[in-house]
Structure formats: C-alpha cells, structure tokens
Design a protein around this ligand. Structure first.
Ligand code: 5GP
Ligand code: ZN
Length: 113
C-alpha cells in the first residue's frame, strides 16, 4: 500500500499546498481542528519522529522554521499557535509519514492529552 503523504508530496493526490521546496511540502489539513491547520512534511518518506537521525538535523530544523514562517504568513504569529507531532500508536499518529501540525486561529485548549 502506498503512502498518502508521499502521494501528496508528488502531486499524485491533490491537496491545498501552501508551501513547497526541494525538501518540504506544507498543505492544509483535510479535517482542520482550528481555522489554521497546516501539515508540514518532508518530501522523503520518514515514518515518524523516531526515524529521524543525526543526518536529518537540518531537515528537522527546516520544518520548525517553516512553521514559524507560515504562522507569520497566516497572521497567527502574534495571537499564537501550536506545533504538534504525533508519533506512534499511543501518540495518536494515524498517517505513517512524519508530519508537523501547525494549529492556530482560535484559543486552543490547555490539555496535552
Ligand atoms: P496524525 O493523527 O497522523 O498526526 O494526523 C494526520 C492528519 O492528516 C489528520 O489531521 C488528518 O485530518 C490529515 N489527513 C488525513 N488524510 C488526509 C488527506 O488526504 N489530505 C489532507 N490534506 N490531510 C489529511
Ligand atoms: Zn510517505
């Protein structure tokens, strides 16, 4: 079975792309949990956060920097926002391709699970 987010990164499955470069793609979540809900993914298939290694340090940094840049672009930098990475079954990860959630545009709850 193919990977959904690899297919989105390759343009084989449509998504509302908000940013792309040679390493990363960012697109709107299909089932947004807040007015701004963007997923930032590496183009390369990495199943989850645990599969990142030292060689991916720059890639991981780029993902976080992009989140801040998109927050500014989406005009939620000042009001505030949240970054989430779910990893593994009990972490609530549903799609097995690493993704960083950028959530904002409303008052988010205080609970972390
Ligand atoms: P996870 O629970 O794995 O951290 O989050 C997966 C996210 O992917 C969910 O928020 C879900 O709404 C989103 N998602 C699942 N399928 C698709 C899709 O086909 N397109 C888009 N844009 N988002 C998706
Ligand atoms: Zn993938």
């Amino acid at each position: 079975m193919g990977c959904l987010f690899c297919a989105i990164a390759k343009g084989e499955i449509p998504a509302q792309i908000v940013y792309k470069d040679e390493d990363l793609v960012a697109f709107k979540d299909i089932n947004p949990q807040s007015p701004v809900h963007i997923l930032i993914i590496p183009r390369r298939h990495i199943a989850n956060l645990t599969d990142l290694d030292e060689a991916d340090t720059e890639l991981a940094g780029k993902m976080i920097l992009l989140a801040g840049k998109l927050a500014r672009e989406m005009d939620i930098a000042e009001s505030g926002y949240r970054l989430v990475i779910n990893s593994g079954r009990e972490g609530g990860q549903v799609v097995q391709h690493l993704h960083l959630h950028l959530l904002g545009g409303r008052q988010l709850g205080g609970q972390l699970g």
